[in-house]
Design a binder for this molecule. Structure first.
Ligand SMILES: [Ca+2]
Length: 189
């Protein structure tokens, strides 16, 4: 009998407990809310330019005719980044020579290209600069050559100097032939 009463009491207490919980959920007490709206997230840009021009729109820097062995031609090339994101490294990724893979003579085989970081920015090759690559135009070594500098966003710029030397040769098979070539650059975040 005592046990039964205890069970009844426990049962009644449980009912009160459930009622209390349900009742609590429906009570409205003070509260406060806030929202942080209109958040945005946009991607920036990187825009490598060669002598001020984007993509492949820059004018060729070398336009040489009637050259002869031992001639030397030097050009300054300005690389800049007009995007919003800084580039930490700029590469000369490749040089496309046309015609390519021809049996000799290919004039690109005897044109030596030297690429300097014009570190002191004075437009001439001198003691303050760094040689980043030196090889014939057709040499496969021209692959992802780091130029050793980055480009700040918003127009950061830096000059390189490209020098082409017509090798000293007495091979007359190179007379009257020519090549054209693309210098391909890439800026990396
Ligand atoms: Ca210099």
């Amino acid at each position: 009998m005592i046990t039964m009463n205890r069970q009844i009491v426990m049962g009644i207490l449980s009912i009160f407990a459930v009622t209390a919980l349900v009742g609590g959920a429906t009570f409205a007490l003070f509260s406060s809310q806030a929202s942080n709206n209109e958040n945005t997230f946009g991607a920036g840009t990187m825009q490598l330019r060669i002598n001020g021009d984007e993509g492949s729109t820059s004018s060729s820097v070398f336009s040489i005719a009637n050259a002869k062995p031992t001639d030397v031609f030097t050009q300054v090339i300005a690389l800049s980044n007009t995007g919003s994101i800084a580039a930490t490294d700029v590469l000369l990724t490749s040089i496309n020579v046309t015609p390519s893979n021809t049996p000799p003579p290919n004039l690109g085989d005897i044109l030596t290209l030297d690429v300097y970081d014009d570190f002191n920015g004075n437009g001439i090759i001198d003691g303050g600069d760094f040689l980043r690559g030196s090889a014939h135009l057709t040499n496969p070594a021209w692959l992802n050559i780091s130029l050793g500098f980055g480009l700040a966003g918003g127009g950061g710029s830096h000059q390189i100097i490209a020098r082409i030397t017509f090798d000293d040769t007495d091979d007359n098979s190179y007379q009257g032939i020519g090549v054209n070539f693309n210098l391909n650059f890439q800026a990396n975040q």
